[in-house]
Write a protein that binds this ligand. Structure first.
Ligand code: CTP
Ligand code: CA
Length: 222
């Protein structure tokens, strides 16, 4: 209803969103992952659609139904998510990286199910590529928005992360407040400072985030 009365904030803009976790295979049935329900990323996709954007959603494994108005690409691993992002990024005006990408992958996954025994199993892990950092390093990056999940020192760690990745906007949340829940609390970090968004349903926060993204995006000369 709200969007009926307001001019569409992102009319005609192409918005690419990653959401959910990635799964990094250990063997045919096991994986390591980074906890994420996908609810925040899917809410951001819905809010961007409401704002008139053309939305592509690249999603790791979740139990959610993607919005029908989005073009959805399902991926499993971080490597697959990176490849899907690289394919879409040339036709993207705004990239919002909500996915909880697993930071490591298993070096030698087994094609067959590993049989358990009573011994200690050691996995060798190698770092995954940082997808949003990769996008920021492109010659002509789109307007990029990051997320940060922290369990402590939220303000310090989130602002460090924003600077390290050179992001104009980063939305931070405490994992204890967020993962798997219907509600969340976000703090937005940009060049002006911090903007706390009090606890609310994820779709409400997603709409507030999209409004902020639209403001910065249009002020950045687009
Ligand atoms: N991200 C990404 N690719 C990765 C890891 C993270 O694109 N391999 C993105 C996330 O989608 C998010 C932002 O980077 O937008 C921050 O993710 P987060 O996990 O909070 O930070 P990291 O940089 O991975 O650092 P750490 O997990 O050590 O806090
Ligand atoms: Ca991480």
């Amino acid at each position: 209803l709200e969007s009926f009365w307001h001019p569409k904030l992102l009319k005609g803009q192409r918005v690419l969103i990653t959401a959910g976790p990635t799964f990094e295979a250990i063997d045919a049935v096991r994986a390591i992952t980074n906890m994420s329900s996908g609810k925040m990323g899917y809410a951001v996709a819905r809010a961007a659609i409401e704002a008139g954007a053309e939305v592509t959603l690249i999603s790791g494994p979740t139990c959610l139904t993607p919005p029908t108005a989005a073009k959805t690409i399902a991926v499993t691993s971080a490597q697959q998510m990176l490849e899907a992002v690289n394919k879409e990024i040339g036709e993207t005006d705004i990239f919002i990286s909500v996915a909880a990408v697993a930071d490591y992958y298993v070096l030698n996954p087994s094609g067959q199910k590993i049989k358990k025994d009573a011994h200690i199993l050691t996995l060798e892990l190698a770092p995954n590529p940082d997808i949003v950092a990769n996008v920021m390093n492109l010659p002509n990056p789109p307007f990029c928005v990051g997320f940060a999940a922290e369990s402590e020192n939220l303000y310090e760690f989130a602002e460090m992360k924003r600077r390290r990745k050179n992001l104009p906007l980063l939305a931070a949340n405490m994992v204890q407040d967020a993962i798997g829940q219907e509600d969340n609390e976000l703090i937005l970090f940009d060049d002006e400072g911090t903007h706390p968004l009090p606890r609310a349903p994820k779709i409400v926060l997603a709409r507030q985030l999209i409004a902020h993204v639209a403001k910065l995006y249009h002020h950045s000369g687009n």
